[in-house]
Design a binder for this molecule. Structure first.
Ligand code: RIB
Ligand code: CA
Length: 307
């Protein structure tokens, strides 16, 4: 039976490819796509999510969510994603968002779900936190929470923090305290999903579908990562979805994870206890290694399933 999931995103170039991967995969039943402000403002991330879903031909409902973090001010990342969030790639407009607010929808789905639902967060995870803060018992109907978030070491938004974690560290702290198993695809994991021009050329040569073409155009707009040597751009968000499809592509490590919620330069840092030094039980599961060839093969195969 397909695994029921809610996918929370902020499209976002890598979110676009994660959406395609999820909607192309029969192993997943995407119950809802919820959207937050993140890479760009909510007005753009919502329009992008609607357009991306429509491009796949899916009828999954898309819900608008938080346009700011629980605390602090909203900050975008247009250097990577462009002002429009999709690197200037213009897609046909999608339909209308589903009525209702993301946090309410997440709660309604969890309340009514006949089986536990997996929450997949590839954005600042304000929507999941708001949902679970208002009805904490709903965590009993959450199978696990899979996040692209955090880093063992150096961040990509600040020296200390990864963008999603920094964008709403209080939201991440809420999820860490929820009692759910949280699976982390950190920056060190996603660095192993480094999309090079050669990868994109291979994808382009593999098919002519509109979603494949859009994926290549969108990813092709992303600057090559200076942090990772200037040879490619990491496919952060698809790694979180790929874990659900092909866990065999990954190795993992249980670890205790806590948040730096201070106002200083360490704010938003995920403090990951690799060696159990804190004595805190290892509630989280951190994805450590990725079979990169297998990952890119999965991406290519699934992108070619889309129209
Ligand atoms: O740090 C990478 C994460 O921040 C990804 O989810 C990307 O889309 C941005 O939101
Ligand atoms: Ca994202």
């Amino acid at each position: 039976m397909p695994r029921p999931i809610i996918l929370d995103c902020d499209p976002g170039t890598d979110d676009a490819l994660a959406l395609f991967l999820a909607l192309a995969s029969p192993e997943l039943d995407v119950l809802a796509v919820t959207v937050a402000g993140g890479n760009v403002g909510l007005d753009r991330t919502l329009a992008n999510a609607l357009a991306l879903v429509a491009l796949t031909g899916s009828s999954v409902p898309v819900f608008a969510g938080a346009d700011r973090p629980i605390l602090g001010a909203f900050k975008s990342e247009t250097r990577v994603h462009g002002d429009d969030g999709l690197g200037g790639v213009v897609l046909p407009p999608g339909g209308d968002p589903a009525p209702g607010v993301a946090a309410d929808t997440i709660r309604a789905i969890l309340r009514a779900a006949p089986e536990p639902v997996t929450l997949v967060g590839i954005a600042p995870i304000t929507n999941f936190a708001l949902a679970l803060m208002t009805e904490p018992h709903l965590i009993d109907n959450v199978s696990e929470i899979v996040l692209m978030s955090g880093a063992w070491g150096e961040g990509n938004a600040t020296p200390a923090a990864e963008f999603n974690a920094l964008s709403d560290p209080e939201a991440l702290a809420v999820l860490l305290a929820s009692g759910a198993r949280i699976v982390f695809a950190t920056l060190e994991l996603t660095a192993q999903a480094l999309a090079t021009p050669a990868h994109l050329a291979a994808w382009r040569a593999s098919g002519t579908g509109r979603c494949l073409t859009a994926a290549c155009d969108i990813q092709g707009s992303v600057p090559l990562s200076r942090r990772l040597g200037g040879t490619g751009a990491p496919l952060h968000d698809p790694c979180a979805v790929a874990w659900l499809l092909r866990p065999d592509l990954f190795t993992t490590r249980p670890a205790a994870v806590s948040m730096d919620l201070g106002p200083g330069p360490g704010r938003g840092r995920t403090v990951i206890d690799r060696w159990g030094r804190t004595g805190v039980p290892p509630h989280a599961l951190v994805l450590e290694t990725l079979d990169s060839a297998g990952f890119f093969g999965l991406m290519q195969e699934r992108l070619n399933r889309l129209p």
